[in-house]
Design a binder for this molecule. Structure first.
Ligand SMILES: Cc1ncc(COP(=O)(O)O)c(C=O)c1O
Length: 449
């Protein structure tokens, strides 16, 4: 009986086989009152065995156990910051609490119910009835890779619309997959017209077109209406990145004929980074079913994942150990959105974005994107005024107020923009005002007009 307790409560002691009492005690002090006695009795029962192990280890000079890292013997301390950058955003307490609920096994029927709830929540946020709708275990990049490796084979052509970091990132993934990248490029902050995408479709005859709906590096929102129909006309799939916007602005996967859509847990959905919602429609599924070659990633195989998530007629099979606690958190983030209602959430994000624009303009700042209609309400990009060192302002907010705002992502706009995110639980007039006040204080110090 001692071993399982030991393994459950003091995971580290199974790895090193011997955990001296002085190492164990700080850990025990952090266990809750009910589990601490069990942990202690477990150590007592195992003592003889451990001493035998440690003397045999000492006799072999090559296998001496190193000292445990001193940093891990101190309690974990994390400051509480207001995350008003482009993500992650602060999860509400109920989401953090959900992540701390008792662990279930990833094949337990109760956990399958949680998966079903999450699937329904993603279908709601994406406004889709697609059966293949679930969350990838991994951050947004995992969903990007999943889309690429499932939809494209070696030699397939993808038309990537790049007006910020994310087009560049997906292009890199397409290339690494052995597929061919054709790019349409626009400066950061601009969006693509249907006409130029049609030109690209005619010229390159791609299997897939990629656009970023909510660009977090430039702050733009790509208009999507009509794009799905256009892609169908040219027999191409439409893949859309909605990591930095889903839940915060209108998005209708089915009505807009988006074939594959993905997002991330850590922005408007208000859960910690870990899971990334994705959905494939029937056209995308047909492309996957008709592949000539196997999907090059087992972990990200969309059909295998669909089975595990109960999206096909077969019994669920083990695929990988799903991120149980992260799924609880995502469920709670989606539940919060469902309670609020999508339309209300879109309105709140728009309202807070407008408040932010107004406050920034009052300070004499300019938005990077002039046309409000193509701004991502969840991530606002602001032009850094002449003579102001962007980093000093960012550091001031962090040091004096524990508020995160960000500079540019990547080299292109480095020093030229700040980025402020308003997402999910953080999307309140109070947070917008706190950020504006802190920013004003920093500008009074560092902007000599
Ligand atoms: C638009 C967009 N796409 C993709 C990603 C990648 O997501 P992650 O960092 O969670 O891997 C991000 C992250 O910020 C993003 O903003």
């Amino acid at each position: 009986m001692a071993r399982p307790l030991c393994a459950t409560i003091l995971g580290r002691c199974l790895q090193c086989n011997y955990t001296p009492v002085q190492v164990v005690s700080p850990l025990i002090s952090r266990l809750n009152a009910s589990s601490a006695p069990s942990a202690l009795s477990c150590i007592g029962l195992e003592k003889t065995q451990k001493m035998a192990f440690s003397s045999s280890a000492r006799s072999n000079t090559n296998s001496q156990v190193s000292e445990p890292p001193a940093c891990l013997l101190k309690p974990l301390e994390v400051p509480n910051k207001l995350l008003m950058g482009p993500g992650p955003s602060n999860p509400p307490p109920r989401v953090l609490a959900a992540g701390a609920l008792p662990l279930l096994g990833h094949m337990h029927p109760e956990f399958f119910e949680v998966l079903d709830d999450v699937k329904a929540g993603i279908q709601y946020v994406f406004q889709t009835k697609n059966e293949w709708t679930y969350a990838i275990s991994g951050s947004g990049h995992a969903a990007m890779e999943a889309a690429v490796v499932n939809l494209l084979e070696i030699g397939d052509v993808a038309l990537v619309c790049q007006n910020g970091i994310w087009g560049g990132r997906i292009a890199e993934m397409v290339d690494r997959n052995g597929s061919i990248v054709k790019k349409l490029v626009r400066p950061m902050g601009e969006v693509f017209s249907l006409e130029e995408i049609e030109q690209g479709l005619k010229e390159h005859k791609p299997k897939l077109v990629f656009v970023t709906y909510g660009e977090s590096s430039s702050g733009s929102a790509q208009p999507l209406e009509g794009l799905g129909d256009l892609c169908r006309k040219y027999d191409a799939l439409l893949l859309v990145d909605s990591v930095a916007i889903a839940g915060g602005a209108p998005l209708f996967m089915d009505a807009w004929n988006i074939d594959v859509l993905y997002s991330g847990s850590q922005k408007v959905m208000g859960a910690p980074p870990a899971t990334s919602p994705i959905s494939f429609n029937q056209r995308a599924r047909d492309v996957i079913a008709n592949r000539k070659t196997k999907v090059r990633s087992y972990y990200l195989d969309a059909a295998e994942l669909a089975n595990y998530w109960g999206c096909d007629e077969n019994p669920r099979r083990y695929h990988h150990t799903c991120l149980v606690s992260s799924i609880y958190a995502l469920r709670e983030g989606l539940a919060r959105l469902a309670e609020q209602g999508l339309e209300k959430s879109w309105q709140e994000h728009r309202k807070c974005a407008e408040m932010l624009y107004e406050g920034l303009e009052k300070m004499g700042l300019e938005m990077w994107i002039k046309d409000k209609a193509i701004r991502n309400p969840c991530v606002t990009t602001i032009r850094v005024p002449e003579g102001v060192e962007w980093k000093k302002v960012v550091d001031h907010l962090m040091k004096q107020h524990k508020i995160e705002i960000a500079g540019a992502l990547g080299k292109d706009l480095l020093g030229e923009i700040w980025r402020i995110g308003i997402m999910g639980h953080n999307c309140t007039p109070e947070n917008v005002n706190r950020t504006l006040q802190a920013l004003k204080e920093a500008l009074d110090l560092y902007w000599k007009k």
